[in-house]
Design a protein around this ligand. Structure first.
Ligand code: SAM
Ligand code: DTB
Ligand code: SF4
Length: 346
């Protein structure tokens, strides 16, 4: 059995990233099979519950108020509308529902109280609930957890060195502090980044190194390919190649064997064959639904067809690792799985 290590060096990670691509995919797939069911892929749905008007300056983001994009500013959605969307996502086969807000940070106010209601409602439906709301204190993380949150997404986005080229309105340490606050409450941690921001290969290695040397690996790591949006400073960035996505996913899989590696933004421009290579390289999670937060994603029917071709089965909610030992913190959801006839080991 390969070891779970948090002491990787950048040199070791670079050696993995630079392997001949077929060797890299083979190694990543071997690690993947050791720790995960290779036929199982997690299906998550994203919903932007508060869109646009964000005060931050993330150079990739269509929701930053200072850039002139087509995104229409929308205040927080009503709770019942969000629950309705979660129900539709569940009916379409999603087991994780991720709510995103174009906020710099969580403010403890009426909007936050409404988000807590949304979390409670979606958790009661038996879905894993995830939020991505910007920076968070430990106290706010605890409130979310108490409401039934399962995971919190906060990306480091790129390397510490490249970070200042992309975001100036908060620093790298703020991001790591939020991850630490989330970890302290024992919420599941989701953190990854984006490629195609004009970073070097060493920046990519450095980003993976930061994630893989956290005291505990994130339970999920999204690998996003930049979706260049007109009006943002990165609108002219060239398309990320499939080979680069495969290298990132395979490297993340090898150094963080148990982590759910999510093939995230950018899938809309990938063929079935390109996505298949990503699954072989160890990706085991996707966002489904024809929209991410504000940009397009493949049609649900296309994903269904791809899953059929590859005999992939969606991963049930609240499952932890290959053996299917589920998280013990949300009993109502566990009960739900049983009533749905989803087999989970106790
Ligand atoms: N405002 C919160 C924050 O920044 O943490 C949550 C929402 S934010 C949109 C979530 C993540 O989406 C970002 O950290 C970034 O990794 C990703 N993202 C945003 N725009 C993107 C784009 N154009 N292409 C790829 N990923 C993007
Ligand atoms: C993540 O890493 N990717 C998702 C999710 N976490 C929140 C967001 C992708 C957003 C892509 C641009 C958009 O649709 O606005
Ligand atoms: Fe705001 Fe998040 Fe977009 Fe940055 S990534 S501009 S914080 S919504």
């Amino acid at each position: 059995m390969s070891e779970i290590r948090t002491n990787w060096t950048k040199e070791e990670i670079r050696e993995i990233y630079d392997m001949p691509i077929m060797e890299l995919i083979y190694r990543a797939n071997t690690v993947h099979r050791e720790f995960n069911d290779p036929q199982e892929v997690q299906v998550c749905t994203l919903l932007s519950v508060k869109t646009g008007g964000c005060p931050e300056d993330c150079a990739y983001c269509p929701q930053a108020a200072r850039y002139h994009t087509d995104v229409k500013v929308q205040k927080l959605l009503p709770v019942d509308e969000v629950i309705q969307s979660a129900q539709e996502a569940k009916d379409a086969g999603s087991t994780r529902f991720c709510m995103g807000a174009a906020w710099r940070e969580v403010r403890s106010n009426r909007d936050f109280d409404n988000v807590l209601e949304m979390v409670k409602g979606v958790n009661d439906m038996g879905m894993e609930v995830c939020c991505t709301l910007g920076m968070l204190t430990e106290e706010q993380a605890q409130k979310l957890k108490d409401a039934g949150l399962y995971a919190y997404n906060h990306n480091i986005d790129t390397s510490e060195d490249h970070y200042d080229e992309i975001i100036t309105t908060r620093d790298y340490k703020d991001r790591l502090d939020t991850l630490e606050n989330v970890r302290k409450t024992k919420l599941s941690v989701c953190s990854g980044g984006i490629i195609g921001l004009g970073e070097s290969v060493m920046d990519r290695i450095s980003m993976i190194h930061t994630l893989a040397t956290l005291p505990e690996h994130p339970e999920s790591t999204p690998v996003n390919a930049l979706v260049p949006v007109e009006g943002t400073p990165l609108e002219e960035q060239p398309m990320v190649s499939t080979w680069d996505m495969v290298r990132m996913i395979a490297t993340a899989r090898i150094v963080m064997p148990k982590t759910m590696v999510r093939l995230s933004a950018g899938r809309v421009r990938m063929s079935y064959e390109a996505q298949t290579l990503c699954f072989m390289a160890g990706a085991n999670s996707i966002f489904a639904g024809d929209k991410l937060l504000t940009t397009p994603n493949p049609e649900v029917d296309m994903d269904k067809e791809l899953f059929q071709i590859l005999s992939i089965k969606p991963r049930p909610s609240f499952k932890k690792g290959k053996e299917g030992v589920h998280f013990d913190q949300i009993p109502s959801a566990v009960e739900h799985n049983k009533t749905q006839g989803i087999e989970v080991a106790e």
